[in-house]
Design a protein around this ligand. Structure first.
Ligand SMILES: [Zn+2]
Ligand SMILES: [Zn+2]
Length: 296
C-alpha cells in the first residue's frame, strides 16, 4: 500500500490524489461507497459556486452542525480509499495522520485571520458527477424545476405519456435555508407536459412560443396541489396526475393573480378523478384555501 503524504503548502492542503474520472464513475455507481447520505452531503458542495464552500457555511445553510457534513465526507473518503486499495493518505505536520477528506475534496485557507478552510470537490469527481448526471434528477423549487427542464432538451420523439393511475410513496424533504423543501423529479414534469401536448391546459389556444432547444411549445409544469403541502399528504404529490401544463401567463396568474379560483375550479374538475386514483384526496374548497393560506 502506498502512503500518500498530505501536508500544508502555501495555505493549501497538498496531496497527490490520482483518481481518474473513470474510477470516480465506477465509485459513484457503487452504493457501498457512495451511499445516499454521502451523495446528499456531496450535493451540498456541488450546487455551490465553483463547487466550493466551507464546512461552517454548509452547516449554517442547512441548519446542521458544521462538522456534520464534514464527518460524512470523511467517511466517504475512507470508503473510496478502501475500495481502490492502492493508497492511504497520511497527514503530517499540523494535519491529523488519519486525514481522509482530501481524497474527495481540495482544501485551501481563506481569510488570513479567521483561518477558514474552503473545500472544493476534486475536478475529476465533478466531471464524473456531470457525466453520470448524478444530481440532475431533481429540483427543489418551482423556479429550479422550470429552469432545469429548459436545460434538459425535450425531444419531439418522446413517446406519448399515459397516466399510470398508481400512487407513489412520498419522498423525504431536504432542509435548505431553514425550509423543508420536497424534491420534484424532472422526468415526471416532462411526462406531464408531454401528456398535455405542450399546450396550456387552461385554454389550448393560449399563445406560447417554441423552445430554443427543441421544436416543442414552451409551457411550464405546475403542481395543482403545491409541493409545499406535501407534508399534509400520505402519498407523493409529485405525480403526473397532479401536474398541469400552463402557459407562462396562466402560471404567473395562478400563483400571483386574481381569478385563481376560477382556474383552480377548471383544473380540479378535470383532475379530480385522476387525483383520487393516485391517493390524493382534497375538495375544491380546501384546495382554494391552500392557495389563499400561503404563498404557493
Ligand atoms: Zn407553479
Ligand atoms: Zn394559459
Amino acid at each position: 500500500m502506498i502512503e500518500k503524504i498530505c501536508e500544508i503548502i502555501d495555505n493549501e492542503y497538498s496531496c497527490d490524489i490520482d483518481i481518474t474520472v473513470e474510477e470516480w464513475k465506477e465509485l459513484l455507481n457503487n452504493p457501498n461507497v457512495f451511499d445516499d447520505k454521502s451523495k446528499e452531503a456531496l450535493k451540498k458542495w456541488y450546487i455551490e459556486p465553483g463547487h466550493s464552500a466551507t464546512c461552517s457555511d454548509i452547516g449554517k445553510k442547512y441548519n446542521e452542525h458544521s462538522m456534520s457534513a464534514n464527518g460524512v465526507i470523511n467517511g466517504l473518503a475512507g470508503r473510496v480509499q478502501k475500495e481502490l486499495g492502492r493508497f492511504e493518505v497520511k497527514g503530517i505536520g499540523n494535519i491529523a495522520p488519519g486525514t481522509r477528506f482530501i481524497v474527495v475534496m481540495k482544501s485551501k485557507m481563506i481569510g488570513a485571520k479567521s483561518k477558514k478552510w474552503i473545500w472544493t470537490i476534486r475536478e475529476e469527481l465533478v466531471q464524473a458527477i456531470e457525466e453520470l448526471k448524478i444530481f440532475q434528477e431533481d429540483s427543489y423549487t418551482d423556479e429550479e424545476l422550470i429552469m432545469n427542464i429548459e436545460e434538459s432538451c425535450i425531444s419531439s420523439s418522446t413517446p406519448p405519456f399515459e397516466y399510470m393511475g398508481v400512487s407513489k410513496k412520498k419522498r423525504q424533504p431536504v432542509s435548505i435555508l431553514n425550509k423543508l423543501l420536497y424534491p420534484r423529479s424532472h422526468k415526471v414534469s416532462k411526462n406531464a407536459l408531454r401528456h398535455a401536448n405542450y399546450m396550456c391546459e387552461i385554454d389550448n389556444n393560449h399563445p406560447t412560443f417554441t423552445r430554443r432547444n427543441s421544436e416543442l411549445n414552451y409551457t411550464e409544469p405546475h403542481h395543482l396541489i403545491p409541493m409545499s403541502y406535501q407534508g399534509d399528504f400520505n402519498v407523493s404529490l409529485d405525480v403526473e396526475e397532479n401536474i398541469v401544463s400552463l402557459c407562462c401567463n396562466c402560471h404567473k396568474q395562478i400563483h400571483l393573480g386574481q381569478g385563481f379560483e376560477i382556474m383552480l375550479k377548471k383544473m380540479y374538475g378535470e383532475r379530480k378523478d385522476l387525483l383520487t386514483k393516485v391517493g390524493i384526496h382534497i375538495s375544491l374548497n380546501d384546495l382554494i384555501i391552500l392557495y389563499k393560506k400561503e404563498k404557493v
